[in-house]
Design a protein around this ligand. Sequence first.
Ligand SMILES: Nc1ncnc2c1ncn2[C@@H]1O[C@H](COP(=O)(O)OP(=O)(O)OP(=O)(O)O)[C@@H](O)[C@H]1O
Ligand SMILES: [Mg+2]
Length: 240
Amino acid sequence: MERVSTGIKELDSKLSGGYPGNRVILITGVAGSGKTIFGIHFLYRACQEGKKCVLIATEETPEDILYQARMLGRDLEPYYENGQLLIERVFESRSERIEGTRYGFKSEGLEIELPYLADFVPEGTDCVVVDNIGVFTIRLSTRKLRDEFDGLSYILKKKGCTALYIMDEASYNMTNQLAEYSVYGSIRLLVKENTYLGKMERYLYIPKMRSTPLSPYTSVFEITSEGIKMDGSGDSEIIG
Ligand SMILES: Nc1ncnc2c1ncn2[C@@H]1O[C@H](COP(=O)(O)OP(=O)(O)OP(=O)(O)O)[C@@H](O)[C@H]1O
Ligand SMILES: [Mg+2]
């Protein structure tokens, strides 16, 4: 099976070379756990390799994402400028619709059916990140969620894309963690207190990755000005 680099060396080696190609991987985690940054690593590496990428951003502006990427030593701007990386501003159209109602919240901005997100993905796109897919799922029944997730994944697979669905923990839990079943692989990011060291630490756990042998241990990682640094060999025994 083709592997597509995660953009994080140590994670690639844990995943037999990277994310399974032409498949969908889910990344979940609490606020601030590093989900968007995992997406940035994936996109940056893919851009460096000359791949065509699309980021469907529901929560942040392209400017904020480009700024964050630069802060991690992964400047996406040249790729955004030359069109190799498209950043779809679902964030702004959502906010404009909400703002347009002036006094009340109108849910139209959240009413895009998931399979229609594939319209943002031109033919020939290699890598797709949807951040945060959770904004489209909280209104859905369990049955509809599964249908819509599978529908979007089916279209992206047909287009030949390797995709990351980034989903906030609240939406993930509110939808009974159903997203997990519909994807090929899943990565969970956790933030926990290390009582020995008296500080918060970031952990990564891989509940499933089809066609890939997995370690049962969590890995510790840090976010630094040079990007994500992960525990390479010595996996942590603290399970989240
Ligand atoms: N250069 C850096 N050095 C250290 N930490 C950083 C750096 N840049 C960002 N961070 C940390 O990364 C965290 C944010 O990561 P990220 O935006 O990927 O989280 P997230 O899981 O996407 O959050 P949300 O659910 O709010 O979208 C911030 O809380 C910030 O503290
Ligand atoms: Mg984020």
